[in-house]
Design a protein around this ligand. Structure first.
Ligand code: 5GP
Length: 126
């Protein structure tokens, strides 16, 4: 069943500055901050400022400016933290969980950017 955006989700509260965050980078369209329970030495969450639940929601209903702005913020984080293999760095992984099968806990679109150690295989086998 489709669901609508929940204004009370924790990332909406972070965007409204109702709860604190460790900001890595902020732009007109996105906020990047450290995950509260990091799974790797680098674990940054990048969220759009607009009310989007998951990535396909942004892609289908966001404006071109919002989509470009969000993706550009991801690039800025990768550049700021010097993660890109294109620049001779050791790389990173981006994950965006969506819905039940994706095991998404917070219903506001977020990209996890993980790095700082080898991250192993992409998913566990059954
Ligand atoms: P999901 O399972 O929805 O893809 O991931 C949600 C992520 O948000 C988790 O990695 C979790 O540690 C992180 N998280 C949950 N609550 C907070 C919070 O209040 N602050 C921050 N910085 N991260 C949070």
């Amino acid at each position: 069943m489709p669901y609508s955006y929940d204004e009370q989700n924790i990332f909406a509260k972070i965007l409204r500055s109702e709860i604190p965050n460790e900001t890595v980078l902020e732009t007109e369209f996105a906020l990047a901050f450290n995950d509260i329970a990091p799974q790797a030495p680098v674990h940054v969450l990048v969220i759009p400022k607009g009310p989007y639940v998951c990535y396909d929601h942004l892609l289908s209903e966001g404006s071109s400016e919002e989509i470009l702005g969000f993706n550009n913020a991801i690039l800025q984080v990768i550049q700021k933290l010097e993660l890109s293999p294109m620049d001779g760095n050791s790389g990173y992984r981006i994950i965006s969980n969506a819905g039940v099968y994706g095991v998404q806990d917070v219903p506001h679109l977020h990209m996890h950017i993980l790095s700082g150690r080898s991250l192993g295989r992409m998913i566990e086998k059954d």
